[in-house]
Design a protein around this ligand. Structure first.
Ligand SMILES: O=C(CO)COP(=O)(O)O
Length: 127
C-alpha cells in the first residue's frame, strides 16, 4: 500500500508574514508530517525559520503563485489552505487572492484566513 502524505498550502501577505512564521514555529511538530507548498516569499520565510519542514515553493503571489496553488487545490493535490490575508492593504493581484479563496470553497477544503483560525484548525490535527 502506498501512503500518500497530505499536502497543505501556506500563503501570507507581507504584513502577515511574521504571523505565519510564528504559526509555523509553534506547530512545526505537526506541520513536519505534511508536504507543504507555499507562495515564494512566504515559503522562503517559513523555511528559514523551520528548515526541517518539507516545503515546496511556487511563484510569488503577485506573479502567479496564488493561481498555482489554486490549480493544485482544483487537482486535489492540496487538502488545506492557511492563507493569512492582510485586509487593510490594497493588492495588485486582488483578483488572484479572490480566486484562490474561491477555489478552496469550491473544493470544500479547510481554509484559515487568519492566525486565530489557523491555530484552531491545527489543534484538530493532532491525531
Ligand atoms: O501575495 C501573496 C498572496 O496573495 C503571497 O505571495 P508571497 O508569499 O510570494 O509574498
Amino acid at each position: 500500500m502506498k501512503l500518500v502524505r497530505r499536502s497543505l498550502a501556506l500563503v501570507a501577505h507581507d504584513l502577515k508574514k511574521d504571523e505565519m512564521v510564528s504559526f509555523a514555529q509553534a506547530h512545526r511538530a505537526i506541520l513536519v508530517r505534511y508536504d507543504l507548498v507555499a507562495t515564494g516569499t512566504t515559503g522562503g520565510r517559513v523555511l528559514a525559520a523551520c528548515p526541517e519542514l518539507s516545503l515546496t515553493t511556487v511563484k510569488s503571489g503577485p506573479l502567479g503563485g496564488d493561481q498555482q496553488i489554486g490549480a493544485l487545490i482544483a487537482e486535489g493535490q492540496v487538502q488545506g489552505l492557511f492563507f493569512f490575508v492582510d485586509p487593510l492593504s490594497p493588492m495588485p493581484h486582488d483578483v488572484d487572492v479572490k480566486a484562490l479563496t474561491r477555489l478552496a470553497l469550491v473544493y470544500d477544503i479547510p481554509m484559515a484566513l487568519n492566525a486565530a483560525t489557523a491555530h484552531m484548525i491545527v489543534g484538530q490535527m493532532l491525531d
